[in-house]
Design a protein around this ligand. Structure first.
Ligand code: ATP
Ligand code: MG
Length: 380
């Protein structure tokens, strides 16, 4: 990937509204006080009416997404994620409530205002949506061509964004000759040609392998850090949210059931839907240990203690404190501790003899929770 320097699209701090304007293309004026890129949903609802019936896809959605945030939207299939995302650039219009972009009710925009709004909002898709009969350069240039930008400016801009996404030398290649990751880079370049203040990503990495996913996430993070757009992304992969998002919103049957900083929502999920979504990230008790757990203490056996970190505790596990809370030898059986936004988050399984509630109480405040899962007769 090209280095993000002052010579590329990424000129240091968050660009001003004026810089986001493409030459010769009108932009909607943003009030001087607002930082470009805020999105607010107010009492938003969406009902689809079709010949097969009525579906309430979204209800009572109230959220504010700060400018420059990397914001995740998660939820089971059919929860309303895409419907919500698509109201931001008015690919869908809400049936109730409103969407404000930079404080402006986008439902009130006329045709010209809508065209200008869509230039401020880039979008990338799961299946890239590239035109197969056009080269990389032509695909990326298309939005500028449609906007009536002069050819020399188009070339300049296309070179900039292709360098930014690490596709120098691929200008004249057709999409069929590119890997999935490279196709998505073209999709990202195309979404960035108007220097948008908001980037919408609907399952942008779902078609990619884990390594390519990671490289695309790093690219999005770098773009957010330098060009500064608000990035709003939908994904079924919780690891994606954990990797790059600052805040997350959980939808269930069209309603918000949870929202907040990722480390909080992932550390202490309150709703069953969130817990179900996070299941793939949690490492349950390994089968061989689970098979040997019994409910009551065993003579000469050990207690298996689960120690959870949810991020609230701040620092990572202090092992000496953990072991000194117990009376005798403590063995680490299993576990993992990740870090999300600088907060330790995970579970350890310990085995120790003669564990009482008093020992567990000694860890209060230091870890999120402790509990005895059961007992084992002999070493596991
Ligand atoms: N154009 C439409 N006409 C009728 N119903 C629709 C339309 N688009 C979406 N729906 C319905 O609205 C609900 C929410 O759909 P949406 O696509 O927003 O969910 P999603 O969370 O993005 O799901 P997925 O994870 O499968 O992409 C679903 O019940 C869906 O069937
Ligand atoms: Mg969807």
């Amino acid at each position: 990937m090209a280095e993000l320097t002052k010579n590329t699209l990424a000129p240091g701090p968050k660009p001003s509204r004026a810089r986001l304007a493409v030459r010769n293309v009108p932009v909607v004026t943003v009030p001087a006080t607002a930082r470009a890129g805020t999105v607010a949903f107010q009492a938003l609802g969406k009902t689809y009416v079709s010949s097969t019936g009525t579906v309430t896809a979204l209800e009572a959605i109230d959220v504010e997404i700060p400018a420059g945030n990397i914001f995740g939207i998660i939820g089971r299939s059919g929860a309303g994620k895409s419907s919500l995302l698509r109201t931001i650039n008015r690919l869908e219009d809400p049936t109730e409530g409103r969407v404000l972009v930079d404080g402006q009710d986008i439902g009130r925009l006329g045709e010209d205002g809508l065209v200008a709004l869509r230039r401020r909002i880039g979008m990338i898709f799961q299946h890239f949506n590239l035109l197969s009969a056009k080269t990389v350069r032509q695909n990326v240039a298309l939005p500028l061509l449609v906007a009536g930008v002069e050819k020399r400016h188009i070339d300049e801009r296309v070179d900039e964004v292709l360098a930014l996404v690490g596709l120098e030398g691929k200008h004249d290649v057709y999409p069929s000759r590119l890997s999935g990751g490279q196709k998505q880079r073209v999709g990202i370049a195309r979404a960035l040609v108007h220097r948008p203040e908001i980037l919408l990503c609907d399952e942008a990495t779902s078609a990619l392998d884990p390594e390519t996913t990671l490289s695309i996430l790093q690219l999005l993070k770098a773009i957010n850090g330098t060009m500064g757009p608000t990035i709003i992304l939908i994904t079924h992969e919780m690891s994606v949210i954990r990797e790059i998002c600052e805040n997350v919103l959980v939808l269930e049957q069209g309603r918000i059931v949870e929202k907040g900083p990722v480390w909080q929502v992932f550390g202490t999920p309150k709703h069953a839907a969130t817990r179900a979504l996070l299941k793939p990230l949690s490492r349950d008790v390994p089968d061989d240990i689970a098979a040997r757990l019994v409910l009551s203490p065993v003579n000469g056996g050990e207690a298996v203690v689960e120690v959870r970190y949810t991020g609230v505790e701040g620092a990572g596990p202090d092992l000496s404190r953990l072991t000194s809370a117990f009376a005798g030898q403590v063995r680490l059986l299993h576990g993992s501790v990740d870090r999300i936004q600088g907060h330790a988050h995970g579970t350890l399984l310990l085995a120790a003899r003669d564990v009482s509630q008093k020992h567990l109480d000694a860890l209060k405040g230091h870890v999120a929770s402790t509990r005895i899962l059961g007992y084992v007769r002999r070493d596991v």
